[in-house]
Design a protein around this ligand. Sequence first.
Ligand SMILES: [Zn+2]
Length: 386
Amino acid sequence: MTCFITLVNARAQDYKKLHFNSILCDTHNDIISTCLEKGYSFDQDLTGKTHSDLNRMFKAGVDVQVFSIWCDGTQTNPYAFANREIDTLYAWIKRNPDKMMLVKNSNELMQAVRQHKLASMIGVEGGHMMENDLNKLDSLYARGTRYMTLTWNNNTDWATSAKYETDSAQSSRKGLTAFGKQVVQHMNKIGMLVDVSHIGVQTFWDVIHTTTKPVLASHSSVYAICPVPRNLKDDQIKAIAKNGGVIQINFYSGFLDSTFDAKEKAFAVRHKTEKDSLMRAGKNEFFADNALFTKYADEVTNMRAPFQLVIDHIDYIAKLVGVDHVGLGSDFDGISFPPQQLDDVTAYPLITKALIEKGYSKTDVEKILGGNFIRVLKANEVGLGN
Ligand SMILES: [Zn+2]
């Protein structure tokens, strides 16, 4: 018995050591949009208000964060809005030169890690922000953007989204247009990762047949475990592996847990009268929902996916195509329902612990936490100094 306890304690120490010595790359966090919307700043203590802030990133052992640049399809000047979000990140970095560093390639990434600064990268979530203009795409690249999600939930003029392809199953318009293929080729040429999260199945296959570089799914999970249109089916996962790419698991309970949708609908039915009165009083739907999620926090906690499902999604991909093609793209601060125990970024070491308990080796854990993403980043680089 004593031996067993000693062994468990030794393992507990091991997981922390391995976690904090590994390079942890999270490829999707929406804290910029959250801060702009709520008037917060990433370098404040936002504990209890958000999933992440600068100091909690260090506590979590996050070394590399790709910050999502996002606006929805109704934004009238999406390119200008994207630049405003990039300005926000630049301001945070400028105010915290000893803690943050803008990173545009794998060399700079390693430099930031050695200097114990948060390697801060930029990913544009939604092709509508380049406004059908390759010059604007070049400008986004010049400011540091290293991936672009071809669509968000809305279509672009040149690519259809998962949401659209599912909602409009009969539509003849699906996939990439000729210009869409040009966008992918241009991204390959300049060294910007093509992000296949959010895109429709037809767009996905058009990308796979067009790209000459490994692709990224910055925040997507497994369809076979949780069949929602945003998740990736087995044949897509296999195609990404064949292409040398990587799938970064999204922590949203609705993408992890196949029972979540029914629970969320039941919550909406239970609180419909109250929501209606909040909306009559002037709250929009998003804030009405949020007010109810806060008021009925206990119910919300019970709706959240079991923590183990995050590990199940990782394990599914590792078993299907190998451990080289899976990583982490939390979607923290872009999701209302993270899994149980993963209340905020500081819970990140639990993932390392669970992977070790599942039998993953040190090398495997290092690949999942960040090594696989760094490999794909390097494979897309067109030369030093980019
Ligand atoms: Zn997203």
